[in-house]
Structures are given as structure tokens and as C-alpha cells.
Design a binder for this molecule. Sequence first.
Ligand code: HEC
Ligand code: HEC
Ligand code: HEC
Ligand code: HEC
Ligand code: HEC
Length: 171
Amino acid sequence: MRYVVSFVFIVLAVVGSVAFVRGDYWLGPIVVQPIEFNHAVHLEKAGMECAECHTDAMTGVYAGLPGKDLCLDCHDIDEEDHSQPEKARLFAFEESDDDIPWVRVAVTRPDVYFSHRRHVSSAGLDCLECHTDQAGLTRPPARARLVMTMTACIECHEKNGASEDCLACHR
Ligand code: HEC
Ligand code: HEC
Ligand code: HEC
Ligand code: HEC
Ligand code: HEC
């Protein structure tokens, strides 16, 4: 009995340390954004639309991420409270030559082709059909996130008569 208990203990210890060491490999590295941007506040309090910040979504493959000029159209360094740490970070970028170095977190495999223009402009889809929980985020996700599985892409293509050819998506 004692042997069984210690055997189980050793196995758990090994599995635990491998999971700890390889966590980044399985889950992707932890992403730290330059500002803890809050989606929910901007959609609810500022009444903004997704494409006001992700301005390439109608015309490009990538939707794109906003530069500091857009943020500073609304946020005023002279009038707002700098004790809020995320605002202080934004105003530090106003004073620097650099733009905000946002990190991309929304991913699919590199061999998968996905175009925003095709889905937003041609197919007329709403952003939230695919980015289901983005509007409620109060801080950036901590890790890279798979936006959709292959099954989710194909289910919608099937419903809408869009291509199910492997080579349409895998190029
Ligand atoms: C049909 C599904 C779908 C729709 C509709 C969609 N997206 Fe995406 N989006 C994706 C996928 C999949 C990715 C993953 C990145 C990749 O593979 O290029 C992504 C990535 C992104 C990214 C990060 C990378 C980039 O493109 O800059 C942003 C920002 C984004 N989407 C915003 C939007 C906005 C804003 C809208 C609406 C105007 C929208 N998306 C509509 C599926 C969608
Ligand atoms: C259309 C105007 C508008 C634009 C553009 C805008 N914001 Fe805001 N933002 C607001 C409003 C309104 C609030 C809520 C009131 C407040 O806290 O000032 C807010 C709140 C914030 C806050 C504090 C709230 C929190 O919980 O974190 C930060 C930080 C912030 N915005 C950063 C940004 C950044 C970074 C950008 C550019 C990517 C940006 N804002 C673009 C209007 C805007
Ligand atoms: C005020 C500007 C603003 C608005 C409005 C906004 N976003 Fe964003 N979005 C950002 C910023 C800044 C980031 C990068 C930081 C982060 O992840 O929160 C981002 C990140 C994202 C990402 C991950 C991008 C990546 O690089 O991988 C997606 C997907 C996204 N937004 C979708 C949306 C959708 C869908 C909406 C509407 C429901 C929306 N956003 C509205 C500014 C905005
Ligand atoms: C909510 C529905 C929906 C989802 C989810 C969706 N698509 Fe689509 N997709 C469409 C529609 C509708 C079209 C046809 C648009 C047109 O006719 O221009 C299309 C067209 C395409 C095309 C062009 C096909 C061709 O004929 O050349 C590609 C590539 C594509 N999608 C890839 C993807 C990938 C990759 C994903 C998942 C990451 C995805 N789509 C998720 C609805 C969707
Ligand atoms: C509408 C777009 C679309 C079509 C059509 C499509 N795929 Fe995919 N496929 C994807 C996306 C997106 C992923 C990545 C999602 C993920 O990692 O879960 C993927 C992932 C894969 C993977 C990797 C799976 C894994 O778990 O590593 C294989 C293999 C694959 N596809 C094969 C195929 C084959 C074979 C076909 C044709 C019968 C096909 N795909 C058709 C979008 C598509």
C-alpha cells in the first residue's frame, strides 16, 4: 500500500513539474500589452463601434490595431486624471516618439488564410459572430487566443454556401 501511495505521489510530482515547465508551450506565452486596454468601457461609455478602432477590417486582410493618435482624439493630457495608471501609460506615449506597441493575440495557424474584407464587406458579417466575447473584455487576454476552430469556419461556410475546398483556407 505504501509503495502504491509513493508511486502515485511521484507520478503526480513529475506530471506537475512537466506541466509547470511546459505551460508556455501548451498554452502559449503570456502576453503583456503596453496598456491594459478596456474594450467594455469604450463600447458602453464611449459608444464606439469596433471598426472605428480596427479601421482596416472593411478593406484589408487584417483588421489592424489603433495608433495613439486615435486614442488622443478623445483623451486629453491636460484635463484627465493621471493617477489612473493606464491613462498615465497612454499619456507617456503621447510624450514619446513611439507609437503604442500592441501585441497581436488573435491567431490561427500560419498556413490558414483569412481575410477580414471578404467576411465583413462581401459577406456582411458582424464582428461579434466570430469575436463572440470581445465586447465584454475589461482587460486584454493574457494569452494568444484561437479565434475559431476549423469546424466553426466550415459550419458557417456550409450554411452560407461558401467554399469548403481545403485549399481555399489552407494556402
Ligand atoms: C468570419 C469571422 C470573423 C469576422 C466576421 C471578424 N473577424 Fe476578426 N478575426 C477573425 C479571425 C479568424 C482572426 C484571426 C487572425 C487571422 O487568422 O488573421 C481575426 C483577427 C482579428 C484581429 C487581430 C488581427 C488583425 O486582423 O489585425 C482584430 C483586431 C479583429 N479580428 C477585429 C475584427 C473586427 C473589428 C471585426 C468586424 C469589423 C472582425 N474582426 C470580424 C475572424 C473574424
Ligand atoms: C471616442 C472617444 C475615445 C477614444 C477614441 C478612446 N477612448 Fe479611452 N475612454 C473613453 C471614455 C468615454 C472613457 C470612460 C471615461 C474615462 O475613464 O475617461 C475611456 C476610458 C479609458 C481608460 C480608463 C478606463 C479603464 O477602465 O481602463 C483608458 C486607459 C483608455 N480609455 C485608453 C484608451 C486608449 C489606449 C485608446 C486608443 C486605443 C482610447 N482610450 C480611445 C473615450 C475614448
Ligand atoms: C477604442 C478602440 C477600440 C474599440 C472600439 C474596439 N477595439 Fe478591439 N482592440 C483595441 C486595442 C487597443 C486592442 C489591443 C489591446 C487588447 O488586446 O485589448 C484591441 C484588440 C482586439 C482584438 C485582438 C487583437 C489582436 O491583436 O490579436 C480583437 C479580436 C478585437 N480587438 C476586436 C474588437 C471587436 C470585435 C470590437 C467591437 C466589439 C472592438 N475590438 C472594439 C481597440 C479597440
Ligand atoms: C459566420 C460565417 C463564417 C465564418 C465563421 C467563416 N466564414 Fe469564411 N466566408 C463566409 C462567407 C459567407 C464567405 C463568402 C464571402 C463572399 O462571397 O465574398 C466566406 C468566404 C471565405 C473565403 C473565400 C473563399 C473563396 O471562395 O475563395 C475564405 C478563404 C474563408 N472564408 C476563410 C474562412 C476561415 C479560415 C474561417 C475560420 C477562421 C472562416 N472563413 C469563417 C462566412 C464565414
Ligand atoms: C473554411 C476554412 C477551412 C477549410 C475549408 C478547411 N480548413 Fe483545415 N483548418 C482551418 C483552420 C482555421 C484551422 C486551424 C484551427 C485550429 O488550429 O484548430 C485548420 C486546421 C487544419 C488542420 C490541423 C489540425 C490540427 O489539429 O492540427 C488540418 C490537418 C486541416 N485543417 C486539414 C484540412 C483539410 C484536409 C481540409 C479539406 C477537407 C480543410 N482543412 C479545410 C480552416 C479550414
